[in-house]
Design a protein around this ligand. Structure first.
Ligand SMILES: O=C(O)CCC(=O)C(=O)O
Length: 292
C-alpha cells in the first residue's frame, strides 16, 4: 500500500516515519523460517565441532539464538543477508507491499541499496559483545561514501517481532534531517561527534511485526540495550531511486522495481548470489564509513 499524503509529509518534515501494518505475517514468515533453518544448521555444525553443548532445539525463534550465542560468539558468524544469501530474503527484497510504500518516498524506479542487514540483538546477559548494549547515535549517511550525499537513500527498519524500549528498539531524533550531514567519529563505533549531537529529545520508535520505520539518511538514530530475556530481531534495508549513487560501490545494488523498463528488475536469486560472492572474492570499489 502507498503511504498516505500525510505520512509522506511527516516523513519529509521529521526525517522518519513509523508506518504501522505495512506487512502481513505471511510477508515475513518465510524470512523467519529461513533464519530458523540457518540457525539450526549452524548450531548442529558447532555442536559437532564441540563448541556448543546445548542445542535448545525446542526454544522458539525469540529465545533460541540468545541461548546459543551465549555458549559461543561463533554462533552469529555469517548470519547476515550478504553471507546467507537466502532465497526467501531475496524474494522479500522485492516485497510488493514494502515497495509500494517505498515508492511513495523514492518514486517508481527503485534500486535496492547493498547496505542491508538482518540483526538479532540478544539479551544483554546472553552475549558477551557490545552490540546487545545498543548502537550509538549516527546518521546512515555516515556509513556511505560522501559521493552519495545527494542520493535519496531511505532506510526501512523492519521488526520481525515486538521492538520495545525494553528489548533494544531504535531511537530517532525527529526534525533535524534538514540540517544535513553531521561530523562523525570512529571512536565508540561510527557515531556523531558528541559535541555536535543535536539538542533534541530522542523518541523511542517502539514497533511490532508488520510495521516499518522509515529513516532518512540524515536522521540521527541509535538503539538501546536489550534488557529483556528475548532477542530483538529486525532487518534494516535501504532503497533509493535508480541511477543515484549507492554510497557503497564495493557491493552489489540491483533494480527491484521499474515502471519504465520492467526488464531491468533483477529477479534471479542465483545472479544475486554470484554478485555477492564476486564482491567478496574480487574486491573493488569502496565500502567505507565516512567518519569525518
Ligand atoms: O538495529 C539497530 O539496533 C540499529 C540499526 C541501525 O542503526 C541502522 O539500521 O542504521
Amino acid at each position: 500500500m502507498k503511504l498516505s499524503d500525510d505520512q509522506v509529509r511527516r516523513y519529509w518534515d521529521d526525517g522518519c516515519l513509523l508506518a504501522e501494518g505495512v506487512l502481513s505475517d505471511a510477508d515475513t514468515q518465510p524470512l523467519i523460517d529461513e533464519l530458523c533453518e540457518w540457525i539450526d544448521k549452524r548450531a548442529a555444525s558447532l555442536h559437532a565441532d564441540g563448541k556448543l553443548s546445548q542445542l535448545h532445539e525446542d526454544a522458539p525463534f525469540e529465545t533460541r539464538y540468545g541461548r546459543l550465542v551465549q555458549q559461543t560468539s561463533e554462533m552469529g558468524r555469517g548470519m547476515d543477508i550478504m553471507h546467507m544469501r537466502g532465497a526467501a530474503m531475496f524474494q522479500f527484497l522485492h516485497n510488493a507491499a514494502l515497495l509500494d510504500a517505498v515508492s511513495s518516498l523514492v518514486g517508481d524506479e527503485i534500486t535496492c541499496n547493498p547496505i542491508q542487514h538482518v540483526r538479532a540483538k540478544p539479551p544483554a546477559g546472553d552475549a558477551d559483545n557490545s552490540w546487545s548494549h545498543g548502537v550509538p547515535w549516527h546518521q546512515d549517511a555516515a556509513v556511505m561514501m560522501p559521493e552519495a550525499e545527494g542520493s535519496n537513500v531511505v532506510t526501512c527498519w523492519i521488526p520481525l517481532g515486538d521492538s520495545t524500549s525494553e528489548n533494544g528498539c531504535v531511537q530517532v531524533l525527529p526534525g533535524v534531517a534538514g540540517g544535513g550531514y553531521i561530523r562523525h567519529q570512529k571512536e565508540g563505533g561510527t557515531m556523531i561527534v558528541p559535541d555536535l549531537q543535536p539538542d533534541v529529545e530522542p523518541v523511542f520508535a517502539e514497533c511490532r511485526r508488520g510495521d516499518v520505520l522509515f529513516i532518512s539518511r540524515y536522521t540521527p538514530h541509535a538503539s538501546v540495550q536489550n534488557r529483556s530475556d528475548r532477542c530483538r530481531w529486525s532487518l534494516d534495508l535501504r532503497y533509493q531511486p535508480t541511477g543515484e549513487h549507492t554510497g557503497r560501490t564495493a557491493h552489489p545494488d540491483f533494480v527491484v522495481q521499474s515502471a519504465s523498463n520492467p526488464g531491468n528488475v533483477m529477479d534471479d536469486v542465483e545472479e544475486w548470489r554470484r554478485l555477492w560472492i564476486d564482491a567478496f572474492e574480487n574486491p573493488s570499489g569502496a565500502a567505507m564509513h565516512r567518519e569525518e
